[in-house]
Design a protein around this ligand. Sequence first.
Ligand code: PXP
Length: 237
Amino acid sequence: MTRLSVNINKIALIRNARGSNLPDLVQVAKDCERFGAQGITVHPRPDERHVRYRDIPLLKEVVQTEFNIEGNPTPEFLKMVLATKPDQCTLVPDAPDALTSDNGWDTIKHKTFLKEVIGSLKAAGVRVSLFINPEGEMLEGAKEVGADRIEFYTGPYAKMYSQDKQQAVLSYKEAAKITNQLGLGINAGHDLNLDNLNYFVQEVEAVLEVSIGHALVCDALYLGLNNTIAQYRRALV
Ligand code: PXP
């Protein structure tokens, strides 16, 4: 069974638009869990346009499922993660001005850096996942630097899904076999939605967790948060 982690960045974006505390991010995180979310994900970016660093301890206090913090491991980010000790930290190589994450790690080029960062997170008891494209070499590199899991960047899958879903999922199916052989856990995320989610988890072996934000929050505008989370959970069985 694949677990659903709800990325609440977009909720913070709405809050930040007006400078008050509406919607209340902490209450939304609690409600997502009440409605069936099996994890809460945040991705604080350097400009804090969504989740802010000061939100993190408040969320850590209330999240009872799994708390996943994503981001580029800058010194400031690492300091915050080590102080928070979430259940999982997903390392993402996104540029400070990136609109959203759009590529996985080059685990060979950044081997020394990743080894060091992952070592410090694991020493603090934090599970580490690496955002990655579905490529064998990068997966082997992820194993070598000590990651516990990888998160497949599913943007390209989502983009191709409506034209040719079999082709769209092929590289992920093959990469999942390698990942399982390497003994790494598999997460997935980016642009997953109610159309493309079920096919992905049916086709790709042993996906432990998906983290979904943008489409889920957009669906919630029409369907309500409770009903939306229920529908995403149903797509995962
Ligand atoms: N995984 C990572 C590493 C991300 O950066 C994001 C977006 O913040 C997601 C998953 C979720 O993507 P989406 O918002 O498209 O569901």
